[in-house]
Design a protein around this ligand. Structure first.
Ligand SMILES: [Zn+2]
Length: 312
């Protein structure tokens, strides 16, 4: 089937058809509008966009029937803006670059945005040396403009990181604009500002995923590494996030400092109701350069991996 699609796309007539479908109109991005309608939404567009819709529909119907995929499932998935964006980007990528290997989408599916350099903690291993905002940080108006540009380019997903993104007062305004642009977003945070109120706002904005950093299973280990007393607030933040129903992941940077505690942290994450645990390798850049000797030795890394293997 992959071969057949490639052959079909190599044909000059189908290339022209796809290029037309992937073009833009004052109605919007043609493919995205077509996918909206395909998903069963009410969409108003001009007669040219309607031709594009019929062509996209014919192409999708034929691919689905050949691959024996149920149309209902695809229609259901395409109701989700992230899926729609992703598929649009694939089709627009083929229209622009052809079916090449490695595959090139029209726009990046995901952008990790270091939204601010400001942070309320002073972690020893901070790769970004985050503390205060950098002098050239975007203003709110510029950040909103950047979001519009990402949306217009066809990005599907923005992962908000930092610094601590929630330190910026305009975080929710910007997140709201991300949603307005039909993009999904997630948040990487130290958890200290995940109050019930903030978490409620994240739920309202359809935040897809919250990643919370935890570097110890107790206040001593966590706080000494994070540079400020924060363990209790981070744990409360994790609880608030889990309670909200948003998928929560715990991220731990493993060093000599917390190596002995890794599995206690995993147990704690499980008890708190996190769905995901991420073991991050320590990258000694930023402030991390000062503690390069805390990086695991090859032997320690191997022992850690063996333990993972043996873990029930
Ligand atoms: Zn149109």
């Amino acid at each position: 089937m992959g071969h057949l699609i490639e052959k079909w796309l190599g044909n000059p007539i189908s290339k022209t058809i796809l290029k037309f479908c992937a073009s833009r109109c004052s109605c919007g991005r043609r493919i995205e509008l077509a996918l909206r309608k395909y998903a069963g939404e009410e969409v108003k567009f001009c007669w040219r966009c309607n031709i594009a819709y019929r062509l996209v529909k014919a192409i999708l119907d034929s691919i689905l029937s050949k691959l024996d995929i149920e149309k209902d499932i695809v229609m259901h998935n395409l109701k989700d803006p992230m899926w729609r964006r992703g598929l649009s980007s694939v089709l627009e990528g083929i229209a622009k670059y052809g079916p090449q290997k490695p595959f090139t989408a029209y726009a990046p599916f995901l952008i990790v945005w270091n939204f601010t350099n400001a942070c309320n903690l002073r972690c020893k291993h901070c790769y970004q040396n985050a503390s205060k905002p950098t002098p050239d940080e975007l203003t709110t108006a510029e950040a909103l403009k950047a979001v519009d540009k990402m949306g217009d380019a066809g990005v599907a997903y923005v992962a908000m990181s930092g610094g601590e993104p929630l330190v910026r007062k305009d975080f929710f305004e910007v997140a709201d604009r991300i949603r307005d642009n039909d993009m999904a977003f997630s948040l990487a945070t130290n958890g200290t500002l995940l109050t019930r109120e903030n978490v409620r706002k994240l739920v309202d904005l359809n935040c897809l995923f919250i990643q919370i950093s935890l570097d110890g299973a107790n206040p001593e280990t966590h706080d000494s590494f994070r540079g400020r007393k924060s363990f209790e607030r981070t744990i409360q933040g994790i609880k608030n996030a889990v309670e909200s129903g948003i998928t929560v992941g715990i991220a731990t940077t493993v060093t000599k400092h917390n190596l002995k505690e890794v599995f206690e942290i995993v147990d704690l994450a499980e008890r708190l109701g996190a769905k995901i645990f991420m073991h991050y390798n320590f990258i000694p850049t930023g402030r991390g350069k000062e503690i390069i000797d805390l990086d695991l030795s090859p032997d320690e890394r191997e022992i850690c991996l063996q333990k993972w293997r043996l873990r029930p």
